[in-house]
Design a binder for this molecule. Structure first.
Ligand code: NAD
Length: 261
């Protein structure tokens, strides 16, 4: 499969799943815009490194996905640099855990803004360009928490269910374009974010690393294995392929069986 001649914009892609997706799309020949809110020299070095490794054009374009105007401007700026928008992957996300009655209002607002509203704004900005060129793929990185809930994750679960609903609606509005829009729902993926939680959880439960992973983190993931960022990259690439042209408005779980339970 080749994505040569296509461009891909991936939000929240200087780390974790977004980086895995961006790298896979660049490997397949797409020109890629990386993103985060930081704009550090490391971000630009990262883009240069992936470009060198893959032979594709890879640029870093700063954009704060917590801000509506910045989301829209980021799409326009990236499209100007790369020439067009063929693939949009909405991946930026944050997490906060706490009971509803104590959940800080600022954390609720930030999670809804970054994990849900940014996908609305980037999609609104990208669709006119996709419609004009007659092809588009929108992939929203939701979560198993877009289909099920866990206690203490009210904002995250609400945002990810919202992402699934947004994906279905966009799919219906673009079904004849032809543009597809789908939500990918990962279970636990071993990203730096998740890796960083392991030492504290080991202390909290007085368990070794393997027990924490198996009995705490992957308690609801029947495969007892993390999904990998490479597997997520491959899943997004599949949704961008011709084989997936009639897959739209649906969710694709990459969760080791979590949502089959
Ligand atoms: P991560 O922390 O490694 O990556 C998050 C990315 O979002 C980073 O690139 C960060 O810079 C970016 N980001 C955060 N705030 C931003 C902002 N205001 N503007 C622009 N970018 C911003 O985490 P990850 O685990 O790779 O998560 C990526 C996505 O996958 C998230 O939407 C997350 O909810 C989802 N997800 C992760 C898992 C998992 O187990 N890791 C499971 C299901 C879903």
């Amino acid at each position: 499969m080749s994505l040569k001649g296509k461009t891909a914009l991936v939000t929240g892609s200087n780390s974790g799943i977004g980086l895995g997706v961006a790298t896979e799309l660049a490997k397949l020949g797409a020109s890629v815009a990386l993103n985060s809110y930081t704009d550090s020299p490391e971000d630009h070095d990262l883009a240069a490194r992936i470009a060198k490794e893959t032979g594709s054009t890879v640029v870093y374009v700063q954009g704060d996905m917590s801000k509506p105007e910045a989301c829209r401007e980021w799409v326009e700026k990236s499209a100007k640099i790369l020439g067009q928008v063929d693939i949009l992957v909405n991946n930026a996300g944050i997490q906060h855990v706490g009971p509803v009655e104590d959940f800080p209002i600022s954390k609720w607002d930030a999670i809804i803004a970054i994990n849900l509203s940014s996908a609305f704004h980037t999609t609104a900005a990208a669709l006119p360009m996709m419609r004009a060129q007659g092809w588009g793929r929108i992939v929203n990185i939701a979560s198993a928490h877009g289909l099920t809930a866990s206690p203490y994750k009210s904002a995250y679960v609400a945002a990810k269910h919202g992402v699934v609903g947004l994906s279905k609606t966009v799919a219906l509005e673009t079904a004849e374009a032809p543009i597809t829009c789908n939500a990918v729902c990962p279970g636990y993926v071993l990203t730096p974010l998740v890796e960083a939680q392991i030492p504290d959880t080991m202390k909290e439960y007085n368990m070794d690393r393997e027990t924490v992973i198996r009995d705490v983190m992957l308690a609801r993931q029947p495969s007892k294995e993390f999904a990998t960022v490479e597997q997520l990259g491959g899943t997004v690439a599949f949704l961008c392929s011709d084989a997936a042209a009639q897959i739209t408005g649906t969710t694709l779980s990459v969760d080791g069986g979590w949502t089959a339970l």
